[in-house]
Design a protein around this ligand. Structure first.
Ligand code: NAD
Length: 481
């Protein structure tokens, strides 16, 4: 469905996020007929470019990150014609008049979004600047992305900065995991099918595993990452958001505040982690031809964790006693993001031992490397060999389904940017959610920050203690394929 004509002002338009994600996402939305030709994109950054110079940068971004569809010359011409550029150092008052010149003062009936693709220290000055320049009204929105603070106090302060100039319904806090097809599909699976929800509780679910494993190290991000670590960089936002969608009660409607109210209740029901053995922090060591974290970050005495595993519990009626095991790390064996819901075994086996063992049912939602939903089951091995049990997987890999209909898998940012224009906040975090997540995280970091993390081999599944975290409970992590 096409959106109404809009103005999108991208602060940090020459940066990595804008070139790698935003420009290609907007192009695809136009290519698929959703972004109208009279929409306007205004790039803002410090670089002294003119509009033509920035369009050349946007073209290069399409060449590099736009895929097959970006080769359509006519579509490119139309898309580039929507782009303007304003050189502006947001810390200097002088430049703001140039942005005023590029935009009509009132939004009118065109939604106007300010996308802050810049470091967080610029969030306040930009919120202030667009307001002081008289560029905001009831039809404007502001879009921000992690890091949304580094603890509860800083997150609350940030919420306060935006609240000074925008109402909550104008503030779009992106967690791009929520824009992924599989993650939205988790809600469709749970709430549009009859047979999952009756089983979706402590009586039938043994445990939940949430994994976000990366192969890369911190690379050039060392100075940013050091002192932040995996808990603040990944668990506070992405992993807890995934946990919320698994654990939340059915909202009464698929409507922004109904969904976010339910997520907030989950965050508030997270039991404080009281046992230190339920938190495992790791840091990658050097490997053959690969520097260690402390070398990568150039911080020889750093105790920042590049891996963390946690055993969490949602202390409410539905989930009491069901562990949610979370893990995320860098320089691991493979790049995998997935949520696995592991069901309890059948209560009694009627088959003789020689039939083999029935595996637990596992509903796995994979976000990376390719999006898929699989359901692990046990079936009879086909053939005349008698009753032998064998594992089987129901595979709903999107690439296969979409491939059959020749569709492209849209990137999360495509969906999210269009939702901003439509004013739909369902897939965005509300300020109180961000604060509730920090409150839980802060209580843990207060106890473990500064402890020496366990070194782990690059290319492994993390430190041994992370394996023990589950072995102690008679369970094991899923393989990092
Ligand atoms: P970047 O360093 O590549 O780009 C920063 C942009 O900000 C540049 O366009 C630069 O010109 C502009 N800028 C810097 N100082 C300015 C000033 N004084 N006035 C006006 N513009 C100024 O950063 P990035 O990787 O694009 O990330 C932007 C933000 O998004 C960061 O907060 C980052 O944490 C967050 N983020 C990035 C990614 C990603 O994939 N790159 C993912 C999630 C979140």
């Amino acid at each position: 469905v096409p959106v109404d004509p809009f103005d999108l002002v991208v602060f940090g338009a020459t940066g990595d996020l804008a070139r790698r994600k935003l420009i290609p996402a907007l192009y695809h939305r136009m290519h698929d007929g959703q972004m109208p030709e009279d929409a306007r994109i205004v790039g803002v950054a410090r670089a002294q470019l003119d509009a033509e110079g920035y369009r050349r940068m946007a073209e290069a971004a399409l060449d590099e990150f736009g895929g097959e569809d970006a080769r359509d010359a006519e579509m490119r011409r139309k898309f580039l014609a929507t782009i303007d550029y304003v050189p502006l150092d947001v810390m200097e008052e002088a430049g703001w008049s140039r942005l005023k010149d590029a935009l009509p003062t009132a939004c009118g009936d065109r939604p106007r979004a300010f996308y802050l693709s810049v470091a967080p220290r610029f969030f306040g000055p930009i919120a202030e600047g667009v307001h002081a320049a008289g560029l905001t009204d009831a039809n404007s929105r502001i879009v921000i992305e992690k890091p949304l603070g580094h603890d509860l106090a800083s997150a609350a302060a940030l919420n306060g900065v935006f609240a000074g100039h925008f109402s909550e319904h104008q503030i779009f806090r992106i967690d791009h995991y929520l824009g992924k097809e599989t993650v939205q599909n988790l809600m469709a699976l749970r709430f549009a099918n009859a047979f999952f929800e009756p089983l979706w509780n402590a009586r039938h679910i043994d445990h939940v595993q949430i994994t976000v494993a990366e192969k890369v190290g911190v690379e050039g991000r060392g100075p940013y990452y050091d002192g932040i670590g995996a808990m603040r960089d990944m668990v506070q936002n992405h992993l807890l958001q995934l946990l919320c969608l698994v654990a939340m009660e059915p909202p009464s409607q698929f409507e922004p505040d109904a969904v976010r109210d339910e997520k907030l209740k989950v965050l508030r029901a997270l039991a404080p982690l009281t046992r230190l053995e339920d938190v495992v922090r790791g840091q990658y060591a050097a490997g053959p031809g690969m520097p260690s974290y402390v070398e990568d970050a150039n911080a020889p005495t750093s105790r920042t964790e590049t891996f963390i595993a946690l055993k969490a519990e949602v202390a409410n009626w539905r989930w009491a006693g069901v562990p949610f095991y979370l893990r995320t790390g860098k320089r691991m064996k493979s790049r995998v993001s997935e949520v696995a819901v592991v069901f309890k075994s059948a209560p009694h086996s009627i088959f003789p031992a020689a039939s083999g063992r029935a595996a637990q049912n596992v509903l796995a939602l994979r976000l990376q490397p390719d999006e898929a939903i699989t359901l692990g089951m046990t079936i009879k091995e086909p053939g005349p060999g008698g009753m032998r049990l064998a594992p089987a997987v129901l595979d709903m890999t999107f690439a296969d389904t979409l491939g059959a209909s020749n569709m492209r898998m849209p990137d999360a940012y495509e969906r999210l940017v269009m939702d901003v224009i439509r004013g739909d906040q369902t897939l965005f975090m509300r300020g109180d959610e961000v604060e509730a997540a920090w409150a839980w995280v802060d209580a843990i970091t207060a106890r473990v920050d500064g402890e020496r993390p366990e070194l782990y081999e690059p290319g492994s599944a993390g430190p041994d203690d992370a394996l023990m975290l589950m072995h102690r409970d008679g369970r094991r992590w899923r393989e990092l394929a």
